[in-house]
Design a protein around this ligand. Sequence first.
Ligand code: 3PG
Length: 328
Amino acid sequence: RPLEINIDLPAEEAAQRLKIGLYFATWWALNVVFNIYNKKVLNAFPYPWLTSTLSLAAGSLMMLISWATRVAHVPKVNLDFWKALFPVAVAHTIGHVAATVSMSKVAVSFTHIIKSGEPAFSVLVSRFLLGEAFPMPVYLSLLPIIGGCALAAVTELNFNMIGFMGAMISNLAFVFRNIFSKKGMKGMAVSGMNYYACLSMMSLLILTPFAIAVEGPKVWAAGWQTAVSQIGPNFVWWVAAQSVFYHLYNQVSYMSLDQISPLTFSIGNTMKRISVIVSSILIFHTPVQPINALGAAIAILGTFLYSQVHSRLLLNSLCFFYILENPM
Ligand code: 3PG
């Protein structure tokens, strides 16, 4: 076959890179806004089960309107799709509510430092529950993640056990969410945006009865009155902002997942945490000791190391299979 040289490739590649860059920048910006409003709301109205439910409700409503008005393409999904989505939605619900409970008890930055340890959970779950073995460099790359998170936790000035455990449970739940979604979504033709819309709707149905049981309308009504009397009528806009921005950042992240590998996604997610940690420390004037910041920096550096080791291994195995399939 004659050698084909595609001279459009660099331009196409540049356009694709620009597109991914825009997705990432939008994702991080939306996430920062969500985290700020979420914490402002939780400071005045400490009912994380309701605020988590409202975020899912806002997203579900926005997507139902987008489908009804044909702004977004209505997905064609069957019963098998919903069955495969169920375990993903359970894990998403647990991870979401646990992170919000955490942020209601500790500084946003602390929740996100602990959440930067997610890769460690991913490797440990794959190793001990799924029996998947990894080469030594992967395990070694977990040491700074675990050590850095531990250092940040023990030196945290406003440590709270519920806040810490909430972030840890969220990490565990999101690892399962990723495992289930990889298993369940194979071969299903649904866009990232619609996949996340369906996930929100199912999570909303799962979470609502639990939110009523754990907190309930009586405490919500009393808490709402207190918050409005303290903050004023603007409080309702804070709640609307945290709910809408929660959906938007997740939607953009799922849309970018359509374009990139899970690995690039996890690097993007770690960088997102850096922007959230820094901006929330500045906005909320969170007290940080140098040793505490060192722990956070080690943990985040460890996450980068892990991504590098993992990507190299992935590349090596891809080359191995390529050579097997294309012997010289
Ligand atoms: C949530 O409320 O679901 C968490 O804040 C999400 O955390 P993450 O998307 O940053 O992992």
